[in-house]
Design a protein around this ligand. Sequence first.
Ligand code: ZN
Length: 344
Amino acid sequence: MELPRLVVVGTGVSKKLGDTLLGLELGKKCIVLSGPIVKKLLEENTTASLEESGFKFMWEIVGTSSFAEVERLASLAREEEADFLIGVGGGRSIDLAKLASFNCRIPFISVPTSASHDGISSPFGSVRGLDRPYSIVAKPPLAIVADTDLISQAPHKLLVSGCGDLISKKTAVKDWELSNIKTGEYFGRYSANLALLSANMIMEDAQAISSITAEGISVVVEALISSGVAAGIAGSSRPCSGSEHLFSHAMEIVAPGKGLHGEKCGMGTIMMAKLHGLDYSEIKKTLKLIGSPVRAEEIGASSDEVVKALVLARSIRRERYTILEEAKLTEETSRKLAKDVGVI
Ligand SMILES: [Zn+2]
């Protein structure tokens, strides 16, 4: 198991970043990685906090998500002899910091500015390849500093996407159980239950999340962190990513850029829950209440794109046994499934 050593969640915690890092005894040289907007927003406070605590650092703007960019950042870290990297942002900066730090074997600190997916704490990073996005095993962050003030300022759509990514653990765990029965794959009850707990927290607190209370935001952030930790315990993304994620990845290929990762996972969960014989209407009701899309048109996708993605999903990651192996969806059965649950 590889787990984060320190998790700090609360209001204003990013302003004490320097102090928090001092306690980890990581060395004094680091590189902060973020996009240009996040830099503009946070540079003043972060700089003050890191300088006060005696850290020497440079701020580097990250480029597009690619293997070349991971290598560039890793080379920079080597040249600068950085002791650790800090990834500040939503998805891309955290993923790039995670993978670059893994490449040069130094720790990385995750400072999420939105709660849109469980990559903020998981040992997996995704990068765009030439043909499709790739998920790569790295190390989990050494520390996570999640400032709920910052996260509450991010567009609500991102928080909603995080909820979709969390609810998807319902079918991900079912797929894992199924694979255990059908292929004898190892099944870890502890990590499976932890992932399910994250999904159930969202189901139970949907009302507080939909009205964007501070408590609701904390629930999503904590659930995303424990879901990433569940992957760290399992040593694979199994508890967090099943057939619904395969659908989301397939949509990325069929209809690139339409809908956020978690939004597509949420829709995928409705359909895969039906295939698993679960109560999909409860999942759909929760997603609706939170404001997460439950119909393809809400993310600008067409019925044909959803059908294509459903047919393609099974071939995305053949070594991962899911309900899609049993359902063997054709164009016709895919259309029927998506219609039956109201996604198209
Ligand atoms: Zn995900």
